[in-house]
Design a protein around this ligand. Structure first.
Ligand code: F6P
Length: 500
């Protein structure tokens, strides 16, 4: 860490230069900070990364053995040290240790065979797919279906995560139980919300005349024996490896509803798009490495400039769920206060990720971004090609607004009335897809995974565990079993008020 401290000292010593001045001082700025990769333009030029800062961050990456950690990730080493596991999501895309890639291919073949059987109506006339899962077992499939499934007329797919019965009941109202495939997605096959929702779905099928509801159940899990014990026939259990983390699992059998809903070809194309980003991340030099540069941006604002949040705005309805997906990916991975070897982290870890959809957000939260006292690095995501078939004025207006916001944040505008002045020099990154399709979305999601990993590598934390979610679960279990006894006075009264 001695070298890292020196690297941080160098980073902090770089004089702060306004964005507009950086453009003046560095005529080649755009060619060094905007790149086209896998059909996506990544433009970091409106961030404060200068040539000098990039060199300083590259030195930090060396001090933190970033390259060694990245190699360990792809080689299937135990990068999740606190749980003694590898993190083998790249193997799902064909990138990793040969035995892990072979195992993932085997699981994919099993998934594909079941999809073929369902398409051939071997499970009856399935039209509806009710996918039950939560967190990493729901957010990925939901994002994929929402982004890519709008014009696909194959199956109607509903993804239910919340234990609030309101969510499930809404689906019961519109689905035909006899034509419904019930997909239970849980890496552990123990998550209480998922198991309760799954039991209620079985009850709904039974109460509505389905003789053998279990014959219409598919399980997606890394604990196949638990799914079988629960009642799922072994032939309809689609396993994935324990070494694939929940929030990194949409490439595995957890992606089943998307593979079924979009078709196998689309799913495979998405994997190929992700593999292209894997290769870029693995092989590209630091100063041109997109996920690594993204991590430099994140760290610079979080650690050096004290930004507590970063905001992601999708200027495309099809990507409206991306901020939610990124919240789990980034915050569950890097929301840590100790390093991988258990020492207190002395600098801030992941910023809080939040965001929304443009242009809606402009009329709600952008006031603070332009004139508030908080520094919020912004990320704009848009696509050149429209998803709609209306007058092209719509998509044109969408993109113009997106570009205008980034320009305005950077340029600012003086005014003698302070209330009307824009300070400017506010950073943004723009990610512009040629179009929203399986290959580009796969590459984009893989880009964010690797950026999250790069952040963790530079901070020296383990992005692959999530012990912080356990305490609340344990207390919920004891409230369930012990009722009102033994809790703090506030919690006790709340329990009494709700349950008598
Ligand atoms: O509680 C958090 C978490 O463990 C996430 O990491 C995970 O994605 C989610 O719950 C669901 O877990 P499972 O897939 O085991 O049901």
């Amino acid at each position: 860490m001695g070298d890292s401290a020196a690297a941080w000292a160098k980073i902090r010593a770089v004089a702060a230069t306004p964005l507009v001045t950086l453009f003046d001082q560095e005529p080649d700025r755009l060619s060094r900070l905007a790149f086209d990769e896998a059909g996506i333009r990544f433009d970091y030029s409106k961030t404060h990364l200068s040539a000098e800062l990039i060199d300083a961050y590259v030195a930090l990456a060396e001090a933190q053995d970033f390259a060694g950690k990245r190699e360990a990730l792809f080689a299937g080493k135990l990068v999740n040290n606190t749980e003694g596991r590898a993190a083998e999501h790249p193997a799902e895309r064909g990138q990793g240790a040969p035995e892990s890639v072979a195992r993932a291919k085997g699981f994919h073949a099993r998934m594909r065979a079941l999809i073929d059987a369902i398409e051939a109506e071997a499970l009856g006339p399935i039209r509806h797919v009710l996918h039950i899962g939560i967190g990493g077992s729901a957010l990925g499939p939901d994002l994929l279906m929402d982004a890519l499934g709008r014009d696909v007329d194959r199956y109607e797919v509903a993804i239910v995560s919340n234990v609030d019965g309101e969510a499930l009941e809404q689906v019961f109202l519109r689905f035909d139980p006899a034509a419904t495939l019930l997909v239970i997605a849980s890496k552990t096959f123990t998550t209480t919300e998922t198991m309760l929702n799954a039991r209620s779905a079985i009850a709904w099928m039974t109460e509505n005349g389905v003789e053998d509801p279990y014959a219409q159940v598919v399980a997606l899990t890394a604990a196949p024996e638990k799914a079988i014990e629960w009642g799922v026939d072994e032939t309809r259990v689609l396993p994935f490896a324990e070494s694939v983390g929940g929030r990194y699992s949409l490439w595995s059998s957890i992606g089943f509803p998307a593979a079924l809903g979009l078709g196998w070809e689309a799913f495979e194309t998405m994997l190929e798009g992700a593999a292209a980003m894997d290769r870029h991340f693995r092989l590209t030099e630091p100063a041109r490495n997109l996920p690594l540069l993204g991590a430099f941006v994140d760290l610079h604002y979080a650690v050096v400039k004290g930004a507590e949040t970063r905001a992601v705005f999708a200027y495309d309805e099809r990507l409206r769920l991306l901020p939610f997906y990124l919240q789990q990916l980034e915050m569950e991975s890097n929301g840590k206060r100790v390093t991988a070897d258990g020492q207190p982290l002395e600098i801030p870890s992941a910023p809080i990720t939040w965001g929304g959809v443009g242009t809606d957000a402009q009329h709600a939260v952008f006031q603070l971004l332009h004139q508030g006292t908080h520094l919020v690095p912004v990320e704009f995501i848009a696509a050149v090609e429209a998803g709609d078939t209306l007058d092209e004025a719509h998509h044109r207006a969408l993109l113009i607004n997106c570009f205008a916001q980034g320009a305005a944040l950077m340029a600012g505008k003086a005014n003698e009335d302070p209330a009307r002045a824009y300070p400017g020099d506010r950073p943004s990154t723009t990610i512009l897809l040629d179009r929203v399709d399986p290959a580009r979305l796969g590459a984009l999601i893989a880009y964010y995974e690797h950026r999250t990993f790069a952040n963790a590598a530079l901070l020296g934390i383990n992005p692959f565990d999530q012990f912080g979610v356990e305490l609340g679960k344990a207390i919920a279990r004891s409230i369930e079993s012990e009722g009102t006894g033994g809790f703090d006075p506030s919690t006790q009264v709340l329990i009494e008020r709700a349950f008598g």
